[in-house]
Write a protein that binds this ligand. Structure first.
Ligand code: SF4
Length: 583
């Protein structure tokens, strides 16, 4: 088929590793050697990739591999940690280990994007929602009886849409090919001008102007240009891209194709987070349909010079790959360590070539803008924030779900709409975002005021904020890629410090330590993860100091357990008698 000749079926390196992990439940040294030979890579690179991503394992997982989210929103607020303990007890399994007979392994993972579906888990990569103690017992029975997940009740795996507010993007019709055809009629320069006139800014949170990004890439010299969709939303409390990928995939691919037409790309990638791997077959089906319709491949819509196709690459469980240069490293089959910038991906991206990286919502908005016009888009929103923002609302509210508002919407309006009462605080933009208290509920969602990639987490009055900060700090310590010391060490120290305060061993000294650490991580880290990892602590020290001070001791306590610190010395000297311990 001429339309598919650009679609290269060659297996992606990460997909090869996923296949091995799935078949053998781990990736052995022999398998790594085999892959190194197949892909003509050094064994050290294969080993580094396997070690970097949390969805690859060198130790065998269970035939039923269960992951509970430890995210504040879908984990802690939904009581998932207790449900994990319950399932572990019923299956006689230990969290973090594979049962001796290899039947089951149970573990935690970072946010799985099911924050509005009640307590949820992934079993062999498939989401299972609305957990309860009763359902946990039924799951344990099925696993014990070796019943495959394909024979479990189908309704267990249903994910219901909970869209409570629709505006421009979630209501406007978009007929496949209409936007693309208009782009071809306008020509690349005029289409770019429409995007620029619309005032569209990237929806990932940073808000870089999309038209400017496309123009820089279009003008950058290079053999090949690429368009990449960042579908790696991993900010705890974010799940809107899951809904967009499932229900608006046509608009997404249309947006990518329009971008490709403007910048002269022949190849595009959707980098899909591993936690959404179950959406891959749906996305592939939409791509296949577009190929048969002549919307992908060679001579798209009979245009002589327009050839473009899209591959889906599934990540492997690393929050840092949401950072665009880390994502590109991962696309290239490497650990997702952020690059030193400049140069920026628009000039030196995938394989060193000019590359546009936009997120799912941005690309869908671009398709609609070309379809409906820049005026349709920029007549909504505020002066500096055009259009709408889609939010993932979760936490202590009656109606957790998807909400699309014009930019400039007040926080209080969102709280009213989602049925949040007696609110203590709202975390906007995930743990890396902004924590606000009741005095700030008149502020707005906009690039001028509070910007967010989409996460909107509500905390009611009874919530212990220190527990939430501990959860956030553990998240960053786990997700730091380890490249630079201020973040690698700083996030660990921040976690240790918050643990110490929460365990009642902290003093006022530790509050000062928190402030200094936060400042150090913010100002000396290499990438955005480090720059923002302590935001939640700094906001909370300002707005909710009692969340920390209420747990403090009045006198100094050592930050470490001295007796425990001597454990290695006791092992080396083969001593464990009373005299080898501190009183
Ligand atoms: Fe990696 Fe953190 Fe440094 Fe970013 S700031 S490069 S995530 S260690």
């Amino acid at each position: 088929c001429q339309h598919s000749s650009l679609h290269l079926p060659q297996e992606h390196f990460l997909h090869r590793l996923h296949a091995l992990q799935q078949e053998f439940l781990h990736i052995s040294p022999q398998a790594m050697q085999q892959v190194a030979t197949e892909f003509n890579l050094p064994l050290s690179q294969v080993a580094a990739v396997v070690a970097f991503y949390s969805f690859f394992s060198t130790q065998p997982c269970g035939r039923f591999h269960i992951l509970f989210s430890n995210c504040t929103s879908c984990g802690y607020l939904s009581d998932e940690q207790n449900l994990m303990q319950l399932l572990s007890q019923q299956l006689h399994a230990t969290p973090g280990q594979t049962r001796a007979d290899g039947l089951v392994s149970i573990d935690e993972t970072s946010c799985i994007g099911l924050c509005n579906q009640g307590a949820s888990l992934l079993v062999n990569g498939i989401p299972l929602t609305h957990l309860s103690p009763d359902k946990i017992a039924q799951i344990a029975q099925r696993i014990t009886a070796h019943i495959p997940t394909a024979e479990w009740p189908v309704e267990w795996f249903e994910i219901n849409d909970t869209i409570y507010q629709r505006n421009l993007l979630l209501t406007a019709p978009l007929v496949p090919y209409d936007a693309l055809q208009k782009a071809i009629i306008h020509g690349a320069a005029e289409t770019l001008a429409i995007i620029q006139q619309s005032g569209l800014n990237g929806r990932g949170g940073a808000g870089f102007n999309t038209g400017q990004k496309w123009q820089l890439c279009r003008e950058a010299p290079g053999d090949t240009h690429y368009v990449v969709c960042n579908a790696d939303e991993g900010e705890p409390g974010t799940f809107k891209d899951r809904v967009l990928l499932r229900d608006h995939a046509e608009a997404l691919f249309e947006g990518m194709s329009v971008c490709a037409f403007v910048i002269g790309a022949k190849k595009g990638f959707v980098y899909l987070r591993a936690e959404y791997r179950y959406l891959q077959s749906h996305l592939q089906a939409v791509l296949a349909r577009r190929r048969t319709q002549g919307l992908l491949g060679r001579h798209i819509l009979n245009h002589l010079d327009f050839h473009f196709d899209i591959d889906i690459v599934v990540g492997a469980g690393a929050y840092i790959c949401g950072e665009e240069s880390a994502l590109i490293e991962s696309l290239e089959g490497k650990p997702g360590i952020p690059r030193i910038r400049p140069p920026f991906p628009v000039t030196h991206g995938y394989l060193g070539q000019p590359t546009v990286v936009n997120n799912v919502e941005t690309l869908i908005a671009a398709a609609h803008i070309v379809e409906h016009g820049s005026g349709w888009f920029n007549s909504v929103g505020t002066e500096k924030s055009k259009g709408t923002k889609i939010l993932s609302v979760s936490g202590d509210c009656q109606l957790p779900g998807i909400y699309e508002y014009p930019f400039g919407v007040r926080i209080q309006r969102i709280l009213d709409d989602c049925g949040a009462q007696n609110v203590q605080a709202v975390q906007i933009g995930g743990p890396a975002g902004k924590l606000i208290n009741v005095t700030e509920f008149d502020r707005t969602i906009s690039f001028e005021d509070i910007s967010t990639g989409g996460s909107f987490l509500v905390f009611g009055q009874p919530r212990d904020l220190l527990t939430i900060h501990r959860n956030f700090a553990h998240f960053f310590a786990h997700e730091s890629c380890g490249f630079c010391a201020p973040c690698r060490v700083g996030t660990q120290l921040l976690k240790n410090n918050l643990d110490k305060i929460a365990e009642g061993r902290g003093t006022t000294y530790d509050i000062e330590e928190l402030k200094q650490l936060s400042s150090l991580i913010q100002h000396h880290s290499h990438c955005g993860l480090g720059h923002t990892a302590a935001n939640h602590v700094m906001d909370s020290l300002q707005h909710f100091p009692q969340a920390f001070t209420a747990h403090l001791k009045q006198h100094f306590t050592a930050q470490f357990d001295l007796d425990q610190a001597l454990k290695n010395a006791r092992q080396i000297t083969h001593r464990d008698d009373a005299a080898a311990h501190l009183d």
